[in-house]
Design a protein around this ligand. Structure first.
Ligand code: NAD
Length: 360
């Protein structure tokens, strides 16, 4: 396998791996390990070219640094991407080669599931490195993170409701969920239990049917979700959905959902959302439940679900504080979240980046 280091300013270590025998072409990005080893998922995607894959690994690993800094997981930010079609190119050999690549980071990068990569693939990765999290409970891991992401998201919606309406009572509130999938569906369950009514859209008809049948949701076609008259818009599908086209169309008062990278142009679109007096829960704060859950695997004594759930409930207070800062200082909630992340990073002792301390 050929491993080529790539010098990227602001990133601790970025490398490319090429393994002709298995067909692997992949990148690992370690953005920052000031708060601990860099943990972030492994993504497989049909990138158009290597430049697109490298751009993605940089964007995603940087995002993980901020997410973990605010959630105080004791972890840094990293991510890996494999170029390939997850439908046709997922071979055990390819993921074993990826395991060898991950292992060259000696625990400074720790991997997990992400788009296109599931537990089966992680088991192949695991053959060549121990730096794998998110395996099933039977295999000693913390299991599927999605229900925990959904729980954190629900806590975040309660915090946003208090900010907008002075109460976290969701009875009768209408919530529009874009993408009732692995996170959106269990989020819908929490919301229905709290008395909310749901409107959903999804490009997958099966997800729509399930939400209609099980959650009593009303369905609308995918493009119409931005125009739905509702109290809360919960994006749980795609990134970049808060943009010049969609923000003026929104008929909600709160935007709070699990999708990553919701703001197409972070600062400008955060300002547009604030001008419309919408309460926006910064995505990497509200969707940290999954990383919090997985981070507990690295604690002394191993994974403990009760401890994970307790920590996920902190998302409520974290967002309350971010909303309060934004209001008091007249800055966007996105800017307030960035400040918290940067302050937590700056407060870390520089030596926290060694891997063994956090992982053993
Ligand atoms: P998922 O694939 O299970 O669900 C996403 C759903 O969105 C699917 O049902 C899909 O069909 C639908 N969708 C795709 N394009 C759409 C469109 N144009 N309009 C409407 N629906 C569309 O994924 P997930 O694991 O539930 O993750 C959802 C989002 O949350 C992603 O952005 C992901 O990065 C983010 N996230 C997930 C987790 C987690 O624990 N799973 C953690 C943090 C962030």
């Amino acid at each position: 396998m050929k491993i080529t280091p790539i010098d990227v300013p602001g990133y601790e270590r970025v490398a490319k791996a090429e393994d002709p025998e298995s067909g692997l072409v992949a990148f690992i990005g370690v953005h920052n390990t000031r708060l601990g080893p860099a943990l972030g998922g492994m993504r497989m995607w049909k990138y158009e070219n290597e430049k697109a894959a490298l751009t993605d690994v940089m964007r995603l690993s940087r995002g993980m640094t901020f997410k973990s800094a605010v959630a105080r997981t004791g972890l840094g930010g990293g991510k890996s991407v494999i170029i390939g079609n997850p439908r046709t190119d997922r071979t055990p050999k390819l993921f074993e080669a990826m395991g060898r690549f991950v292992n060259t980071f000696n625990g400074r990068y720790i991997t997990a599931e992400d788009v296109g990569v599931g537990i089966e693939e992680l088991m192949s990765v695991r053959k060549h490195t121990r730096w794998v999290t998110g395996l099933s409970r039977e295999q000693g891991g913390s299991g599927n993170p999605s229900p925990y992401t959904a729980l954190g998201c629900f806590e975040g919606i309660r915090a946003a409701a208090i900010e907008q309406w002075g109460s976290d009572n969701l009875k009768g509130k209408v919530v529009a969920i874009q993408g009732p999938g692995n996170v959106g569906f269990p989020l819908g369950q929490h919301l229905v239990k709290a008395g909310a009514r749901l409107v959903v859209s999804d490009v997958n008809p099966e997800s729509v049917d399930l939400a209609v049948r099980e959650l009593g949701a009303q369905a609308v076609p995918p493009e119409q979700i931005y125009d739905v008259k509702c109290d809360i818009f919960a994006p749980c599908a795609l990134g970049g959905i808060l943009n010049d086209d969609t923000i003026p169309r929104l008929k909600c008062k709160v935007v709070a959902g699990a999708a990553n990278n919701q703001l197409l142009d972070e600062n400008r679109h955060a300002a547009m959302v604030a001008e419309r007096k919408l309460v926006y829960a910064p995505d990497y704060v509200i969707n940290a439940g999954g990383i919090i859950n997985v981070s507990l695997e690295l604690e002394k004594g191993g994974y403990n679900e009760a401890a994970a759930v307790r920590k996920i409930h902190n998302i409520f207070e974290a967002l309350r504080s971010i909303f309060e800062t934004a209001r008091r200082r007249g800055i966007t909630t996105h800017a307030a979240a960035q400040e918290v992340a940067e302050a937590n990073l700056a407060a870390a002792p520089a030596a926290a980046s060694t891997t063994a301390a956090a992982a053993s």
